[in-house]
Structure formats: structure tokens, C-alpha cells
Design a protein around this ligand. Sequence first.
Ligand SMILES: [Zn+2]
Ligand SMILES: [Zn+2]
Length: 251
Amino acid sequence: MKNNYHMHTYRCGHAAGTEREMALAASANGLLTAGFSDHSPFPGVPASRVRMAPEEIGEYVENVLEMKAELKGKTDILLGFELEYFAPYFPKVMKMYDQYPVEFIILGQHYLGPDPYGHYVGRPCGEQELTQYVDQSIEGMKTGVYLYFAHPDLPMFIGEDSFYKKEMTRLCEAAAKLDMPLEVNLLGMRGGRNYPNECFWEIAGRVGNRVVLGLDAHAPEDTRDDASEAKAYEWAERFGFRIETELKLKW
Ligand SMILES: [Zn+2]
Ligand SMILES: [Zn+2]
């Protein structure tokens, strides 16, 4: 992998590595593009173990830009965020980003609800939660601000297969219509998590979605993962999708 747009720092409360440590590791591992996409804060929402505090954003930006300057000509360090879509917060977050030279954002819908304290979809979800997840994600994709959709198959659904297929087909078809790439998440792959989900990627292959890989690095050593990458290419072959290795920034 030469271009990765999914990388975190210790600021989100569940990752290890400063901006400097992450950027240097990414560069040493041969990445030509290393995008920082730490879990975005929400104005007025305090830090937790899932995202940084709004007060931290200035220092995050400053450090990322410092690494961008330092590694210029070697690795293109990008300033970004992984952002949940919560409609009531969306305009406030966009206004917050306006103050900084943000280069991209990826959609990471970990939580449901109108506010950032909703149900975590990585925990067991029933039909109502899955439908809400798909609705909310589609609404997010429609804003047109996201570069791609990270781990779209994050939900741990515990109901009937037929229901899962119906809802995820709806998600994949919307993504295709909106020209939104979907991410095969290599963190899930290396961790043996409930995602990437084979059933989901079979649907994405059939729908013909655009697909990218994301390291979702939560520590410096995660900035390279040949084994998970190889497995993702096997899935691409098996399910008939093509992996794009570089994306054009929208911002
Ligand atoms: Zn994370
Ligand atoms: Zn992430």
C-alpha cells in the first residue's frame, strides 16, 4: 500500500502514538500518502475514550502541519478527520473545520442517534438499529463532503440474513449512486473482528461499488500490514470488486 487515509493518534483516547510518531512510522513504512483522520471532536462535546476534546483540535492541526512540512517530498501528510454523521451537529462541525486547512474527511458511523452518545453499532444490533444505521449513513454520504466511507460493515447484526442483505444492499446501492468509495478495514481484518463482513463484500461486489483499503492505524506499527492487505486482495478476487489505490481529494 502506498496511500492510506485512515490513521489515528493518542488524542482519541484508544490509540497510541503522537502525530510525529505516526507520521514517521508511516513514512518509514514507505507510504507516499499518509492521511491523519483522527476521530473528530464535536463542538460542546467533551473528550471520551472514542474521540478527542474540541479544545485539542488546534494542537492536532498544528502537529500534523508540522509533520507535513518536515516530510515534504517524501510522504504527503494530509490533515483530516474521521467524522460521524449526526444531522444536528453537522453545520457546527463544518464551521469548526473552516478555521483549519482540513484536506479530507472520511465517514465513520460508529454511533447512532441524533447526538454522539447513541448506540455503538459494533455491539449487537437488531433490525431497528441496522435500518437506522443505513438511513443515517446514506444521509451522511449525501452531504457530499466525505472522501470515503470507513468500515461500512461495522454493525454487528444479530438478526436474519435476509434482512441484513436487504439493508446492506440499500446502503451499497446508495453509495454506488453517490460515487462513494467503501473501505475494506484492515484493522478489523488483522484483529479478527466482526468486520470486514464477507456477506457485505459479496453485496458490494455484486452492486459494483468503488472500494479502497484503510489501515485504520491506531499505533505506529499499524502503518504497514501486508498480511491483511493480501487477504483484502483475495476477497477482491473472490467477490469481484476492484481496489482503488489512490483517491482524488475533494476539498
Ligand atoms: Zn478508533
Ligand atoms: Zn478509524
